[in-house]
Design a binder for this molecule. Structure first.
Ligand code: ANZ
Ligand code: ZN
Length: 854
């Protein structure tokens, strides 16, 4: 029998599907294990070998865990709303729904060809109204709790295409599709208050098992910063400017102030500003720039001085100048910075550029650093950002900088000028897109009720209508939640997928859909036409897998309690700051409002891992334009799914990026042929005596594969299986049946088709009445025999009359007579025993031998 994967693989895929081999059982008595891989966006180009790497790896884990007795949930679905499909629709006129259907069918076929053990009964699709009903429901809850608000914010705008662009569509400042320079445009957008959860999102990282680098990335993204807000009074006015600083200890060295171009004080002071034309010009230019450009690390820092107005440094009580500079961002801290050129690198280069005074206020602890700060002629060469002893700071001189931070803060707190403050880099989440292929935002605008809300806000007590408004309605006068019984708000069909001339969603043209009735008063009202971003559906999909067909709730509490939290979540490193953070936020919110049972705790994922990306040969990125994309289907066709699977596991450490190598694929195929041929030799021969050495090696293999799968070390597990087959080839006596079975069991997570086929050949079951119990995957995961793997060689202690005289290396389990002969032949021992009579021998197997001599 020749190894023919094409024949056996399709056969088994069909049989497994028929008997539903991988359906997870709700409420089974077995311990549950929820294993999750990020569900894909079904793009037109099909599955990527990079997708396969993680699917296969976690598939091997799932298969092994089922054999260990776990009730494993390993689901799959489609994150199908998104831009490429919409752009494809703009180009071709083909409805995104049709393109999506086609793409998911294609993806599924490709996944199935790999023999993945997904539970297909739980498949979800984010574009299915039965699914996005709940995505909309979650949005409504956020709105009702006051966590969604509409605000005017600048978005990326392509003046040529006349559409708003997502950040990922802006390539080096240009529009991805047409190449025109992208500008900023202010628009009203729905925002989600993720910043309310900033603290908990950091705090609860202590409760989960994520790689350290993932935790660090999330913390940096949230960017918690503790410091002080302090007032700098504007000379000769009643105004003052608040600055946020993490280094209040350096305040005596603050020789000027810098404010963001958007800072509101500029408008308030406009009558006093002498060079307002010039300042205005600078501000307009800065505002048009992308934030990335504004904060780019460049030597030269642009900015202009505001003439005619000064502020007073509250520490020195001296007047200092004010600058406007683009590198200061309005949305961080207070949008104003006290600049300390000696102790902050950015302030240092800015002060150089604009000839501003330097005053050192921190003396470094080390001489070396002190000398680096100054040149011989007293000019400052560098800034010093570290800790040290205060100087030039009046009564605070001589204090250590960390203590000075407390003292100076307290001093200004007493004067009512300062307070502790915590700021986050994290910003509220822009949650609307002026697009078509997304979940409609389920809100309605009513002009009539807007007036009511406004008067209600003014005179709560005298309001006649006792009906209360929720927080969202008070926060966003005129906007009302669609009634929950009217969900889902289905996406209507349109003729034109392009946004309108004014950059509104294409939905704005569907007047019949837009015009509706107010859910409060019934008068004519309009629907929101923005849709949600593509993150919306993936925020909570892991909950839906627990109960995918529920039409009363996003998922029922009993099933959530049984399956959640996700025990192991694998996904790309590129998703750890966006998707991973967003979904943790939404989960926490759902937990807070009780949509997720309280017993479950505040974190959705117990453990997170990431796979390295798969590169093309030569270590470059795979891309269509370079023509170096490896198509998984072709590999499966040419070499077989099991080869493809094992190659992806064997190519390198799972967490590292690795280049595709077709030679390696061929090597894996040869390994499987070897395993197949050895197995048939076994099946065809009548008496398999079984070699003890091979049996020992098998025990080691079982141990190694078991541990490696749990620790994501798939490559070394595979190489161990390869070594085993090489040894098997050399051993005439081969394996006993039980050991052959164990071999197939440790191979089957990686090569499921081959192993199942051999298993059936061994048991000669009729395929017609194949049942789940007949499958190798219903067998128990093998246990290794510990006694057989302990080291083959041991150290034997030799004693003469109870005193240690020597030690020797011998094989394990040698008999007393052998040990005696060997020990007595050692020269060190001969010295003691020659010519003496041995009266007694005490032998402790594998430990010691003691000769009693007279
Ligand atoms: C004075 C000072 C002296 C500062 C010194 C640093 C060192 P992190 O840690 O990242 O939060 N800053 C405050 N608001 C800013 C804004 N909107 N745009 C740009 N920079 C801003 O950084 C906090 C520090 O960044 C603050 O502390 C402030 O500069 C600056 F020797 O104040 B510091
Ligand atoms: Zn109304």
């Amino acid at each position: 029998m020749k190894y023919n994967p094409a024949k056996i693989e399709r056969k088994w895929q069909r049989i497994w599907e028929k008997v539903n081999n991988y359906g997870a059982q709700d409420f089974s008595r077995k311990p549950k294990l929820y294993i999750l891989v990020e569900f894909p966006y079904p793009s037109g180009s099909g599955l990527h070998v990079g997708h396969c790497r993680q699917y296969v790896a976690l598939d091997a884990v799932s298969r092994k865990k089922r054999m260990e007795g776990f009730n494993v949930l390993y689901p799959m679905g489609w994150d199908a709303f998104g831009l490429p499909t919409e752009n494809y629709a703009i180009k071709t006129g083909i409805h995104p729904r049709i393109a999506t259907k086609r793409n998911t069918t294609f993806f599924k076929k490709q996944q199935k060809s790999l023999g993945l053990s997904f539970d297909r009964n739980r498949e979800i699709d984010t574009t299915d109204p039965a699914y996005y009903k709940w995505t909309q429901w979650i949005f409504l809850q956020l709105f009702k709790k006051g966590l969604a608000y509409k605000a005017k914010i600048p978005i990326n705008w392509c003046p040529a295409c006349k559409i708003g662009l997502a950040n990922e569509e802006v390539i080096n400042g240009a529009c991805e599709r047409c190449g025109a320079e992208v500008t900023k445009k202010e628009r009203f957008q729905w925002m989600l208050k993720i910043t309310n959860y900033a603290e908990r999102l950091i705090e609860d990282l202590g409760k989960v098992d994520y790689p350290e680098r993932v935790k660090i990335l999330q913390k940096e993204w949230i960017g918690r910063s503790e410091g002080v807000e302090i007032k700098f009074p504007v000379s000769g006015s009643q105004f003052s400017i608040d600055v946020f600083t993490t280094r209040i200890d350096t305040i005596f060295g603050a020789t000027y102030l810098v404010i963001a171009p958007e800072h509101p004080i500029i408008e308030k002071l406009k009558d006093k500003i002498k060079n307002s034309e010039y300042v205005k010009e600078y501000i307009e230019k800065a505002k048009a720039k992308l934030e990335r450009e504004r904060i780019a690390k460049k030597e030269e820092k642009t900015g202009v001085k505001i003439e005619g107005v000064k502020v007073i440094n509250p520490a020195t009580e001296k007047e200092i100048p004010i600058f406007v500079a683009e590198y200061v961002l309005m949305h961080y801290g207070t949008g104003a910075v006290m600049a300390v050129p000696c102790h902050d690198e950015r302030d240092f280069s800015f002060a150089r550029e604009h000839n501003l005074p330097f005053l050192q206020v921190i003396k470094p602890f080390l001489k070396k650093e002190q000398t680096e700060l100054f040149s011989l002629d007293g000019m400052f060469q560098n800034s010093y950002e570290g800790e040290g002893i205060l100087m030039n700071s009046e009564k605070f001189d001589g204090l250590r900088s960390n203590i000075a931070r407390e003292r100076i803060r307290e001093y200004f707190e007493k004067k009512g000028l300062a307070k502790k403050a915590i700021h986050y880099k994290l910003r509220d989440w822009v949650f609307s897109r002026q697009r078509y292929w997304g979940e409609p935002i389920p809100l309605i605008f009513c002009q009539e009720c807007k007036k009511l809300v406004e008067s209600f806000k003014l005179q709560v007590s005298s309001f006649k209508n006792k009906e209360r408004f929720n927080k969202g309605e008070l926060l966003n006068p005129g906007w009302f939640a669609v009634l929950e019984r009217d969900l889902p708000v289905e996406l209507p069909n349109v003729k034109e997928y392009k946004p309108t001339e004014e950059g509104e969603s294409p939905l704005a043209n569907v007047k019949k859909w837009v015009n509706t009735r107010c859910p409060k008063c019934g008068s004519p009202a309009q629907r929101e036409t923005d849709v949600m971003p593509n993150w919306a559906g993936s925020n909570w999909y892991f909950l839906r897998y627990c109960d995918p067909k529920n039409d009363k709730k996003l998922a029922g509490p009993r099933k959530l309690k049984y399956w959640m939290p996700v025990d192991w979540y694998n996904g790309g490193m590129e998703h750890v700051t966006l998707h991973l953070l967003y979904s943790r936020f939404i989960y926490k919110f759902l937990w807070d409002i009780g949509a997720v049972p309280k017993e479950l705790g505040p974190e959705p994922y117990k453990k997170r891992t990431s796979h390295g990306i798969v590169l093309a040969g030569g270590g470059v990125k795979m891309s269509k334009s370079k023509g170096n994309v490896i198509n998984p289907e072709e590999i499966v066709k040419e070499f077989g799914a099991d080869t493809m699977r094992i190659y992806e596991m064997f190519m390198g450490p799972f967490e590292q990026a690795i280049a595709w190598d077709t030679k390696g694929v061929k090597g894996v195929r040869r390994f499987l042929e070897k395993a197949w041929n050895l197995s048939f030799q076994f099946l065809n021969s009548q008496d398999n005596k079984g070699s003890i050495n091979l049996k020992r090696l098998l025990q080691k293999t079982i141990k190694k594969v078991s541990e490696d799968i749990d620790n994501l070390k798939f490559n070394t597990a595979v190489s161990c299986l390869m070594e085993f087959c090489n040894a098997w080839l050399q051993e005439k006596d081969g394996l006993r049946e039980k050991d052959f079975q164990d071999f197939l069991k440790v191979l089957c997570p990686f090569a499921p088709h081959l192993a199942e086929d051999l298993w059936q050949s061994l048991h000669q079951k009729n395929l017609k009445d194949y049942k789940i119990q007949d499958s190798i995957f219903s067998q128990k995961w093998p246990k290794y025999d510990k006694n057989l793997i302990e080291e083959e060689r041991i150290t034997l202690i030799i004693q003469i009359n109870g005193k240690v005289r020597d030690t020797i290396e011998i094989s394990r389990d040698v008999s007393e007579s052998q040990a005696k002969k060997f020990a007595l032949s050692q020269s060190k021992i001969k010295k003691w025993t020659e010519g003496k009579k041995i009266e007694k021998v005490i032998f402790v197997k594998n430990k010691l031998i003691n000769f009693v001599i007279s």
